[in-house]
Ligand binder design. Sequence first.
Ligand SMILES: O=c1ccn([C@@H]2O[C@H](COP(=O)(O)OP(=O)(O)O[C@H]3O[C@H](CO)[C@@H](O)[C@H](O)[C@H]3O)[C@@H](O)[C@H]2O)c(=O)[nH]1
Length: 363
Amino acid sequence: MDRTTDQVEAALRALKPGFLLFDFPYWAPALASKLGIKSIYYSAVCAAALARHPVPGGQVSKDRPIAAVPPPGYPSLTVVLRPHEAWMEQLPYAPFGEGVNLYQRLTTGMKCCDAISIRTCHEIEGPFCDYLASQYGKPVLLTGPVLPKPLPTPSEDRWEQWLSGFKPGSVIFCAFGSQHFPEKDQFQELLLGLELTGLPFLVALKPPTGAATIEEALPEGFQERVGGRGVVHGGWVPQPSILSHPSVGCFVSHCGFGSMWESLTSDPQIVLVPELLDQILNTRLLAEVLKVAVEIEKEENGWFLKESLCRAVRSVMDEESEVGGLVRKNHAKWKETLTSQGFMSNYIDNFVHQLQQLLVKKR
Ligand SMILES: O=c1ccn([C@@H]2O[C@H](COP(=O)(O)OP(=O)(O)O[C@H]3O[C@H](CO)[C@@H](O)[C@H](O)[C@H]3O)[C@@H](O)[C@H]2O)c(=O)[nH]1
């Protein structure tokens, strides 16, 4: 991507846009400014993840060694890494392209752009957005969750038909986005945990490392034991329409930012199994702050046991469960807010309005 600067410049000269929205190309603001274009950093990860690390005062140093300690002034004691996750602090300092690491890439882009924008809303991430605005000394514009209107699922759809064979709210749906490459053992533990719940389940995951297909990676005797109540699919499924199917009662998710918004605006109970740094912070936000989800218990080495997955699912699916009742109630409130008439479109309208004001400022 960094080697496409010339092509991007030629395209910008031909198109003459008012704005250039970017995330990883840290050279975009300098290029845009040379051409009289406003540059907007657009983040598709949560404000908490930006505030947690790539802020000017957040750099790991002798005084602030790698530790699960957020930068000074960080606005939360709960949306944080836990001590055994502190090793992730090192990741932004590994090379990320030629002659640049991820910390430099992100902070340079955010320092030099005209405004920062984030796919989030003030109601959920307000303090993190304000913190970022003060750290960078520039406007932080929010687009809201930006979700498309759900489309009706055709009745001949394979998953629609399969799901319709089960009672309302009884099926567990599990998907971990596009960047999940599990080890075979952990993959099998996940499936055994779902088996242990006794509930029907639909899993959509890539085959684990070392396996060419899902079938060859299944635990021994798994298919015979679960029979028709469990499907493990090694490819893409239409997640938003599956989440809106009445039979689906629980979503076991990695809590990528896209899935986070989709889960908040759907009915199924949420069980979170985060892996990457931003997914962990999204999870803490949902489980600890909003209290709309439960986070699976992991071992110190990041591994989780089948019993732990089963326990987390049962804690939200058992009718008498207190935790299940609490997260259901809180989740319903947030769903109502986020999907209320005009909530998302107002964010977009405001975003467009704020962009227009930036243009006026230029002239
Ligand atoms: O079988 C599938 C799997 C996923 N999806 C969709 O794909 C998107 C996945 O996005 P997301 O939940 O954000 O997961 P990732 O693809 O893993 O997202 C990457 O990018 C996100 C920011 O955009 C980060 O938060 C994550 O950590 C990073 O892994 C969602 O809209 C899902 O509905 C499907 O439709 N079908």
